[in-house]
Design a protein around this ligand. Sequence first.
Ligand SMILES: [Zn+2]
Length: 417
Amino acid sequence: MEIKILGGAREVGGSCLSVETDSCKIALDYGIKLEGEPKKLPTDFDAVVISHAHLDHTGSLLSLSKHNPTIVGSEITRDVTVDLLHDMVKIQNEKGKFDYEDHHAERIGQCWWARDAIALSGMKINLQPAGHVAGAKVTTLEAEGKKIVYTGDICTHDTEILKGCKLETLPKRPDVLITESTYGGKVRRPRQQLLDEFMEDLLKTMDNKGNVLIPTFAFHRSQEMAKRLDTAIANGYLPRYNVYTISNLAHKINDYYNHNKQLFTKEIRKQKTPFNYKHVKHLYRTAQIEEPAIVICTSGFGHAGASLRLLKDWANNEHNAVILTSGYLPPDSPLKTAKEEGYFKIEEETFNVKALVKQIELSGHADQNELVEIVNKLKPTRTILIHGDLEQAELLSERIGEMTDVCIPQQNETIDI
Ligand SMILES: [Zn+2]
């Protein structure tokens, strides 16, 4: 059996691996790198298994639409992926000529097998919850007497709406564990501490009748944040305030979530329509905002859409706040210089930042301790580290090197099993 790293080696972005036996060839994820030229991936797979609906794991799927692929993944991953591909078609066609149209995105949905187990020629594939976002899966693959576990993006701690991955349900002693290593070198502060800090910043800004901008991704982080604020107001932990979400995609995803309550925590499952919020309103445009307000909106990196508009409007007031909960910011994001240098530039114009800009990382990824725990519990013979910068992967390798053979492959490297 051969594993080839087609993307996501020593970096985050463009995740794709191929696993080939004598009788079968599959891809694990089919992502795109958001920066740089898109890379052409092979298309000759018997099946493509998608771990979850983030574009760095799904974004190249349009190029398979003409090949009648068999795509395997959860139902919610399918629905959100198809929406995000439609979005991509729209944005790219506005920018210039793009090779794909809406019917190609639709086709991907039609080729999807939404199930947790599938048998191919000489290969069995099983999917189990990964805890990273709704519908995210860990893939186990058995072929030629070998067992391989691929984590996709994984999170072993619980969040407000989702249970973390239950390691005891994953297969023990696999021949190979292929794991993400985004935070392979980082130990995070306890989540409760981070949440307390987040709430304190909100309370301070609310006291001053300030506005709070929370740039957030439409899929999952938006629902998690809206539910967090909705519950805090309902419990009296936060005072009543104007709280809004602005993202039509996020609004649509709320519906998928309401219809798939079984994916979420016990607390969520008890509620009739948990993602119809009582204290958080959906708006279509920033012009509808009644200030002072807390606004959860896209883009998550603050470089476009409602996030950018509100950043421009609110940054110059010391009573306002911008709170980022994602760990990563692209180098060209205005939020990066806003946070680090107190200004940001859009085209030729410079904007000063007096508002509080803070990053409180409420991540959906395992940190170093969690990743070590995964290796410790699963006891793989060999561990392949992908989806993490080289430095992060090396720091993780130092911690797990005595428990397992560690490999940090390069792009296009082939590993014989
Ligand atoms: Zn992800």
